[in-house]
Design a protein around this ligand. Structure first.
Ligand SMILES: Nc1ncnc2c1ncn2[C@@H]1O[C@H](COP(=O)(O)OP(=O)(O)OP(=O)(O)O)[C@@H](O)[C@H]1O
Ligand SMILES: Nc1ncnc2c1ncn2[C@@H]1O[C@H](COP(=O)(O)OP(=O)(O)OP(=O)(O)O)[C@@H](O)[C@H]1O
Ligand SMILES: [Mg+2]
Ligand SMILES: [Mg+2]
Lengths: 253, 253
């Protein structure tokens, strides 16, 4: 199993939209996928048409133990889901008091590694212990980036957090990919930021960029990935292309 | 002094863009304004052309005491700024151990209330102790909302947090206004969400909506509010209209 952690503490850059639609695209390419929702807002859970967890279930149980994680198998979307909910806020507080507090998710996913080809982990917009658990459990980091000023500023802080975590815990999370989201080539900021990203990160920058596409914003209100809401939409096709590009890199062509 | 706390735990909805441009618009209307940056990402600080704080300065000092808050007076933008930086992450952790941990910002602003007509508080995308301090210090809550599914979902959680805080601490933060951001009337989701907001919140929903306007995304890379970057842009004029609408409500016409 390869764990891809989708993280960026900058808010609203398309983490959840990427986690849901990448999971659905990988599933359509016959990979078995586990989507893990680490955000107490539970957007990946409701965006997949599922109810938020109450108390010690789903992602709370995966982090705190207790054995009733209740992974949900989604027939139409094609992936399995570890759902989340506001009780994850309590889990974050409880983790602060634990030894090896960044390890619980990694330990949980180790138990699942025979069953899945990929785990995709959606993180909240913060560098808190929920995101830290995601980074520690990840093999590769996927950073969704809007091509805007504030989003670029946050990238350095994220990569700094990753290298500190790797040093402190002996983990080896590598920056696997940066994906440009809500991409609008007509906007000069977009071209400037693209230039900066390609200068600094070279081949980590995926060639596939996800265009701004209203179908991607509509799909979650129907509880579906765009692939099962509007198959031919620009956004849907871009996420399929992105999954193809990642598979090509990770599995070799 | 009237304190307006700009909060929404949903990421990327335009909290910082609203805090900066509302502050500049109120200042242009001859009100004296203090902008407080409570986000460790410090977007309101860099978006105002200022350097992030290091250690115990700015917002860190306002929350933890120590007396070197170093409020910055911005001549061109017209408002004063309490800057922020990544040391605020440490402040959030330290606050957890304090008595009356939601009070520090409110106490700090009480000392400034003779000097300013308005305080505008920019919050991070989380319901953590930084945001809680902002909510406790606020007289009115201003919620920037993107007219999209995930943003609507988070609103109930935010209002629930506010009523719990009010009950527990005897505070009386009221929902002053909801402002629609990145507003695109051609998109059917926008009209559906607008309908929901107007049904549930009636007159708290501001008539002014802020359109999607690239000038608002470009201005922060020059460290300026849009008013001082592109005076006639659609986004600039919308924030002036919004400031007018708020002044009308809060000060009476
Ligand atoms: N390519 C796109 N085109 C149009 N809308 C998009 C696109 N990607 C995301 N969105 C919309 O933009 C908003 C932000 O996206 P999303 O919620 O996925 O970001 P996020 O990084 O997960 O946010 P948070 O920081 O709150 O977790 C959502 O309303 C989503 O529907
Ligand atoms: N009306 C608008 N038109 C175009 N772009 C906008 C508009 N408002 C905000 N933006 C851009 O959208 C992005 C998100 O806005 P902003 O950073 O203000 O949101 P936020 O809620 O403060 O995010 P966070 O949750 O990370 O604090 C920024 O890159 C900003 O420049
Ligand atoms: Mg999200
Ligand atoms: Mg912000």
């Amino acid at each position: 199993m390869y764990s891809l952690v989708v993280a960026n503490q900058k808010g609203g850059v398309g983490k959840t939209t990427t986690a849901i639609n990448l999971s659905a695209s990988l599933a359509a390419m016959k990979r078995s996928v586990l989507l893990v929702d680490l955000d107490p807002q539970a957007n990946a859970t409701t965006g997949s048409g599922q109810k938020k967890i109450e108390g010690n279930e789903g992602a709370f149980s995966a982090l705190m133990g207790g054995g009733n994680t209740n992974i949900v198998s989604l027939d139409e979307a094609g992936y399995d889901l570890v759902p989340s909910g506001s009780s994850l806020i309590t889990a974050e507080t409880n983790l602060r008091l634990k030894e090896n507090r960044e390890m619980p998710l990694s330990t949980f996913l180790d138990q699942k590694k025979e069953k899945y080809d990929y785990a995709v982990i959606d993180c909240p917009p913060a560098l808190n212990l929920l995101t830290i658990n995601g980074l520690r459990a990840g093999d590769g980091l996927l950073v969704p980036m809007q091509c805007e000023y504030f989003a670029l500023e946050g990238l350095a802080a994220l990569l700094e957090t990753v290298s500190q975590l790797n040093e402190r815990t002996g983990h080896d999370l590598r920056l696997e990919a940066i994906v440009r989201t809500m991409f609008d080539p007509r906007n000069k900021l977009t071209l400037q930021v693209t230039q900066e990203l390609s200068n600094h990160f070279g081949e980590a920058l995926l060639s596939t960029a996800i265009p701004r596409n209203v179908k991607l914003a509509e799909a979650p209100s129907f509880g579906k990935p765009a692939l099962h809401y509007e198959t031919g939409a620009k956004g849907t096709l871009a996420y399929l292309a992105m999954a193809g590009e990642l598979i090509n890199r990770l599995e070799g062509s």
